[in-house]
Design a protein around this ligand. Structure first.
Ligand SMILES: [Zn+2]
Length: 458
């Protein structure tokens, strides 16, 4: 049907778009080379987004199509972004709802600009049975029926103990979207190999938390000058890289896909680059905190900076930024790991690892784009197309027929990260009390508001 005859449900007018306007990527936006040369955003243009039946009808230069919609929204020059996808969160339900539950985690996701969330299996009980998976999906449907959409990740081994494979076929049938032993890396390469093979048979990808389980596991502090000065137990970056090496060699040997979680250091980047050059089917994620913070955050023994893998050195930050820009690191994920305040307000070595990330991820990484450290197209790829392609999730590329999942982002709004401004139950972030620039002003999923004016489009 020609566009003019379509009945529009929603039109968002006058949003600022930095991407190409045509699906072939040859639109009017600035070329990548211009952007990199200037170290700045490409020149944006004002656009209209037209939506019918929850799907994109068109993304056009503002005012170029004279069509009215049932619901008209003036964007007023706010930045248009496709909704983000996060393939790595911990939502703590069932079992530790005082840290986070599925409803509060999805609240933080909605306000953080996320359409799709993949949640890890280290709940209590562990997500190693169909009943836990089904419970998670039911909680998500009840609390946020319009989304953000929840995709549980099943345990690789029973109880995450690394001794016996979880019932992966049963978990897949119940709705598990991938498999991981995140937080408890599998020490036995023999068992890990069988898990990867089994997952491959089930057409599911294994996500590995790369950490040598015998080399200062979960120390949450990088071994380096800061740990020496503070006298804290620490883990060297090779603890991660050793396991990355094992995993990419195994993936090549088995000809199986592999996804590497929260890559934190230059050595791992080098190994992933090596593997990709050999044609290994490996993808990798890093997290906003590894791109924006260093081991210096632990000065003053602040347990808010305790995370696994630990925050590394400035040279690692720079290697990760370069790897994300050139595609060696495929995607971003938050590793949102909520903990209660009392659990983090203890001695550094007593505190659990983890940073609450869903509320701050978009603003923290947009700052990298704004300051020219991360190209806009790499930002979009890392938060949307790369994770969605790898894990077969719905994605909006603003082509006709795509799900109308998008954010209006107020890139000039300066806000303070605090208990009041965060939607997650958990405020455990080194950014607490700091200012960030840029907030989600409105978030649409399937063309309906999940954040913003509740009366419109509902
Ligand atoms: Zn992990």
């Amino acid at each position: 049907m020609p566009e003019k005859q379509k009945k529009l449900d929603l039109a968002v007018r006058g949003a600022l778009w930095f991407g190409p306007l045509k699906a072939d990527g040859k639109g009017k936006a600035a070329k990548k080379s211009d952007q990199l040369a200037k170290g700045q955003l490409p020149k944006g243009q004002l656009v209209d987004v037209l939506v019918a039946k929850g799907k994109i009808v068109a993304l056009t230069p503002a005012g170029s199509l004279d069509l009215r919609a049932t619901h008209e929204v003036e964007a007023g020059g706010q930045v248009l972004l496709p909704s983000l996808t996060d393939v790595h969160v911990h939502l703590r339900e069932p079992g530790q709802e005082y840290k986070e539950d599925i409803a509060s985690g999805l609240d933080a996701a909605a306000h953080g600009g996320f359409a799709n969330i993949m949640c890890m299996a280290n709940t209590r009980p562990v997500n190693d049975t169909a009943s836990v998976t089904e419970f998670m999906l039911e909680q998500a449907r009840k609390s946020w029926p319009q989304g953000p959409r929840l995709y549980p990740i099943g345990a690789l081994t029973k109880g995450l103990k690394g001794e016996e494979l979880a019932p992966m076929a049963e978990l897949k049938a119940a709705g598990c979207h991938a498999f991981s032993n995140d937080g408890r890396p599998v020490a036995s390469t023999e068992l890990f190999r069988r898990a990867v093979e089994y997952a491959q048979d089930l057409e599911r990808i294994v996500i590995d938390h790369c950490e040598d389980p015998y080399l200062a596991p979960a120390a949450g502090m990088n071994e380096g000058v800061v740990s020496s000065r503070l006298g804290l137990p620490a883990q060297p970056d090779v603890a991660e890289a050793i396991q990355v090496a094992r995993d990419v060699l195994l993936a090549e040997y088995l000809n199986a896909p592999m996804h590497l979680a929260h890559i934190s250091c230059e050595k791992s980047v080098a190994l992933i680059r090596f593997a990709k050059a050999r044609g290994v089917d490996v993808t990798a994620e890093t997290c906003p905190h590894y791109l924006t913070l260093t081991e210096d955050e632990a000065e003053g023994f602040s347990a808010r900076a305790k995370v696994s893998p630990p925050l590394r050195a400035q040279a690692d930050v720079e290697a990760l930024l370069a790897a994300l820009a050139d595609g060696t690191i495929d995607m971003l994920a938050t590793d949102h790991a909520p903990h209660a305040a009392h659990e983090k307000e203890v001695e550094f070595d007593e505190a659990p690892c983890g940073i609450s990330g869903l509320d701050t991820a978009l603003a923290a990484t947009w700052e990298l784009v704004r300051t020219g450290k991360l190209p806009f197209d790499a930002f979009v790829r890392a938060w949307t197309t790369a994770p969605c392609k790898r894990f077969a999730l719905p994605v909006n590329t603003f082509k006709p027929g795509d799900p109308a999942d998008f954010v209006l982002f107020d890139q000039d709004a300066v806000w303070t990260v605090s208990a009041e401004t965060m939607h997650s139950k958990s405020k455990n972030t080194p950014l607490l009390g700091r200012s960030l620039r840029g907030r989600v002003a409105a978030h649409f999923l399937a063309g309906k508001y999940v954040v913003g004016k509740k009366t419109v489009g509902a």
